[in-house]
Design a protein around this ligand. Structure first.
Ligand code: THU
Length: 158
């Protein structure tokens, strides 16, 4: 078996308007992050099948492990606001403590597992759009490709 990551690296100006709008929603939400401990701001914007956009930002806590990543905040908010509505795309943006960056950020391992769960729920692709505040944009047609050989609901059935 050969596993390949089908990631497209696209110049920012070449990103189509719909994807750009979702990325802009994530970029605009960076200022809403609660990241006083790491200073590392992350924002995720998800587009639902009904075209609603829901954003989430990382929410840190004085008890550090309690903090939650932006991607899982966005998925949880979307599922609470519009349960059963498929997530067609997620844009992820970030700003490190040093200021605007150029290289995109891919979701952490725990968020990849949460994205897998969303994929299992909706049974349809969930596109990922990843970018810093400058530089190229990474496009991945389906977030599930980020977690090969994943543990999924079907594994629970044996
Ligand atoms: N973080 C996210 O929100 N998403 C990721 O994919 C990576 C990390 C947050 C968690 C923590 O608040 C800060 O970034 C530094 O790890």
């Amino acid at each position: 078996m050969k596993l390949e990551l089908l990631l497209d690296e696209v110049p920012r100006h070449a990103v189509d308007p719909a994807r750009r709008a979702l990325l802009d929603a994530a970029l605009a939400a960076l200022d809403q992050a609660h990241a006083p401990y790491s200073g590392f701001r992350v924002a995720a914007a998800v587009r639902l099948a009904n075209d609603t956009v829901v954003v989430g930002t990382n929410q840190e806590n004085a008890s550090y492990p309690v903090g939650i990543c932006a991607e899982r905040v966005a998925l949880s908010a979307a599922s609470s606001i519009a349960p059963g509505e498929a997530v067609t795309a997620m844009a992820v943006a970030y700003r490190p403590p040093s200021g605007p960056a150029k290289v995109p950020l891919a979701p952490c391992g725990m968020c990849r597992q949460a994205l897998m769960e969303q994929h299992a729920r909706q049974q349809s692709p969930l596109e990922l759009i990843m970018a810093a505040e400058e530089g190229d944009v990474w496009l991945l047609a389906d977030a599930r490709d980020l977690l090969p050989l994943a543990f999924t609901p079907s594994d629970l059935r044996g």
